[in-house]
Design a protein around this ligand. Structure first.
Ligand code: FES
Ligand SMILES: [Fe+2]
Length: 459
């Protein structure tokens, strides 16, 4: 097992104030070193189990120079390397190194269904189990060209939360160990039952960490999304959790179990909740569902004036839960104390964020775009629960940054500007708010362990 798999002690406490050097964001050497020290060492979220519905279904996953071919090789719901239902291979032909499955131009990854894979160069053919089944003039090599030489190289694969994860390190620790404590905290939300409502990817002119860090704190809400402050208070916290971290809202008074996750509108909670839900649905199309939005619109009519925020929240959620149950969408029951402890989203080291809830989730991922520290691939995926058989049929769509919902555009507007600003010769480094931006500090502490450089310094 690799050295780095030792998880630092989980801490619930607010980190000390630090300065984060800008090397991790802007250095070309650092970006190049990430390939071997980070991307080839970590478990990476490569797709969803539902992307592989049938035997022969495949997807590819690209991370810098590496491409992984992920294939369903046998029937069954359960999917992990151990039982062989889904396998992952190095996406390279063992003959003379041609990429075996090409990603169509303009697409995020290859996907489809095939019962074998034929190399485009000399037509060597590989079965779903990775074995070469056709080699032109095989006898010319004699017996030395054995199965060990010709079969596709395997890559570690496992599943959790309905996601397919790969790890290019042969000595990788088990996925579950890697994901803790996030996996245990998120299990009750049954993320594996959710399906995508939409999923878009794009390319930004900033480092992948700048893109992720635009979403792992709520400290930016008053500055970036000032209109939201009319709906409520978005003051929040970010806490290291071993390799990972999580964020949430300050609860203050009121119904704590949901307040760390859901923001009710300020003022008359009936009307501001209705307004905020409508604005969120139309402005960003994340973090809520049609049922929640529709029920929120009825709050000013069905609840009398003066209804407390706690009662508005209780009525809104209970009614939505009931309406959804009637159409076959059953929200998992999660202990309120657990909901409170889990916060609003988890940052899974190094490059994923899962904004969880009982009936929807919002996921962000960022990956480098080549070794250019100033560019990244950014992905947004929104999931929810569907009645069985009525799941939306979505694929990854490229979207120009300008075509995203306008609240996200507000976030995007900072990214290239941050990347530029940090390059200023005299810039001393980032000083994140230790309470509200603790997830940023956690990311860089853990990155420094993998990269051997870039450790945050005491302020
Ligand atoms: S490189 Fe694949 S068959 Fe030759
Ligand atoms: Fe934002």
């Amino acid at each position: 097992m690799n050295e780095l798999s030792k998880v630092e002690a989980t801490t619930e406490t607010t980190p000390e104030p630090v300065v984060i050097p800008v090397e991790a964001y802007i250095s070309e050497d650092y970006a190049r070193a990430e390939r071997d020290k980070l991307w080839r060492k970590c478990w990476l979220q490569a797709g969803r189990v539902e992307d592989l519905p049938e035997v022969g279904s495949y997807i590819t996953y690209e991370i810098l120079d590496d491409s992984v071919l992920i294939v369903r090789v046998a029937e069954g719901e359960a999917a992990n390397g151990a039982d062989g239902k889904i396998k992952a291979y190095r996406n390279v032909c063992t003959h003379r190194g041609r990429r075996l499955v090409d990603t169509p131009k303009g697409e995020r990854n290859a996907h489809g269904k095939r019962m074998n894979f034929v190399c485009g160069f000399h037509a060597w053919t590989f079965e779903l189990d990775g074995k070469a089944s056709y080699i032109q003039s095989k006898e010319d090599w004699g017996p030395k060209l054995c199965d060990d030489v010709t079969r596709l190289g395997e890559v570690n694969i496992d599943t959790w939360g309905g996601f397919v994860w790969i790890n290019l390190d042969p000595d990788a620790e088990p996925l579950r160990d890697y994901l803790e404590p996030a996996a245990t905290m998120l299990d009750p939300f049954q993320l594996q039952n959710m399906r995508p409502r939409w999923r878009n990817w794009t390319v930004f002119d900033c480092n992948w960490k700048v893109a992720l860090e635009a979403f792992n704190e709520t400290y930016h809400v008053p500055g970036t999304h000032p209109e939201f402050t009319e709906f409520g208070d978005f003051t929040g916290w970010g806490r290291p959790q071993g390799k990972h971290s999580h964020i949430g809202y300050d609860t203050g008074e009121g119904p704590k179990e949901n307040a760390s996750k859901l923001r009710l509108g300020a003022g008359d909670p009936r009307t501001t909740t209705a307004m905020m839900q409508k604005y969120t649905w139309e402005g960003v199309n994340t973090n809520t569902t049609k049922t929640l939005v529709d029920v929120a619109q009825t709050l000013p009519e069905v609840l009398p004036e003066g209804t407390s925020a706690a009662e508005v929240l209780r009525y809104w959620l209970e009614t939505s839960r009931k309406i959804d149950a009637e159409r076959g969408v059953v929200w998992p029951e999660v202990d309120p104390a657990h909901v409170a402890a889990s916060g609003t989203s988890w940052q899974i080291f190094p490059n994923q964020q899962i904004g969880h809830a009982v009936n929807n989730m919002l996921c962000y991922q960022a990956r480098p775009y080549g070794c250019d520290p100033d560019k990244c691939i950014f992905e947004v995926a929104v999931y929810e629960l569907y009645p069985e058989g009525e799941e939306a049929d979505t694929q990854w769509q490229y979207a120009d940054p300008a075509d995203f919902p306008h609240v996200l555009l507000q976030d995007f507007s900072n990214m290239a500007a941050v990347q530029k600003g940090m390059k200023m010769g005299s810039y001393a480094g980032n000083v994140p708010n230790p309470k509200a931006e603790g997830a940023v500090i956690s990311l860089h502490r853990n990155l420094a362990r993998y990269m051997g450089t870039g450790d945050p310094k005491d302020l």
